[in-house]
Design a protein around this ligand. Structure first.
Ligand code: ADE
Length: 256
């Protein structure tokens, strides 16, 4: 169990994994496949929904942000993700945090609807602009992800650069950023969760499934809404494979 920053996290055996989702529709297929049971809310004020169970000896927690009480829509974006990540680490002490969900993809990097990516290299923020030299790194994020080539193979995912922002669409500046940084997956949570994990010393991997193409003339929201259900079903199937791979025998972080 993870209780404090580990002097050699590569040697940590993964006994507890937490999977963080923003949307209920992204999380439901995995919850059903693993027959996880709903638990009392981890935090009564913010009420992210918590599901848990075991696969072999692996303990699995799934956290879903839950709805904004004012409008009923699932909470998305970096604020909710940061809170959920912090709460999860403090209260559930995972050895590994995964953030699974949908993303915008890029035809320029070979992405198509249904492409799956596992985070490669540092995670980025694409919508934080602070043109003062000493703030540049904070603005760009560049928070680390744990290398996970074997987990990616078990899931059937490619490695890809993930970048996070708080909008579904993209500005011209952001489109230039995606090209410069060779981004494959544009999401709304991963870098925020990576930031919390890095500061708490917990290994982190993002798994993202493409619902829409950022570099395509069709508005992303149209493709996102059209493809959400089928891509979430695919993501659930692949996440189940990933969790079963993690549970197949004791895995160390360095073996991901
Ligand atoms: N999730 C799914 N599609 C997305 C996009 N285009 N941008 C951010 N998050 C997404």
């Amino acid at each position: 169990m993870h209780t404090a920053p580990d002097p050699d996290p590569a040697e940590t055996t993964i006994e507890r994994v937490a999977v963080l989702y923003a949307l209920a529709s992204e999380a439901e297929p995995l919850i059903e496949r693993l027959m996880l049971a709903e638990q009392p809310a981890v935090d009564p004020a913010l009420r992210p929904r918590h599901f848990a169970g075991t696969v072999g000896t692996l303990h699995v927690d799934v956290l879903v942000n839950g709805p904004d009480p004012r409008c009923g829509t699932d909470r998305v974006g970096t604020d909710a993700a940061t809170l959920a990540a912090y709460m999860t680490i403090r209260k559930l002490a995972p050895d590994l945090v995964l953030n699974a969900g949908t993303c915008g993809g890029f035809a320029a990097r070979g992405g198509t609807v249904g492409s799956l990516y596992v985070s490669e290299g540092p995670l980025l923020y694409h919508d934080r602009r602070i043109p003062i030299e000493r703030f540049a790194l904070q603005a760009a994020g560049r928070w680390p992800a744990t290398p996970a080539p074997r987990l990616a193979a078990a899931i059937g995912a490619r490695p890809g650069v993930v970048s996070t922002g708080n909008s579904l669409d993209a500005t011209d500046d952001e489109l230039a950023f995606f090209e410069r940084e060779r981004v494959s997956a544009k999401d709304m949570e991963a870098c925020a969760i990576a930031q919390v994990c890095a500061q708490c010393g917990v290994p982190f991997v993002a798994v993202k499934a493409v619902t829409d193409l950022v570099d395509h003339p069709e508005p992303v929201q149209d493709a996102f809404l059209r493809n959400l259900r089928t891509v979430c079903a695919l993501l659930g199937e692949r996440m189940e494979a990933g969790v079963r791979w993690l549970a197949a025998h004791p895995r160390r972080v360095g073996e991901l």
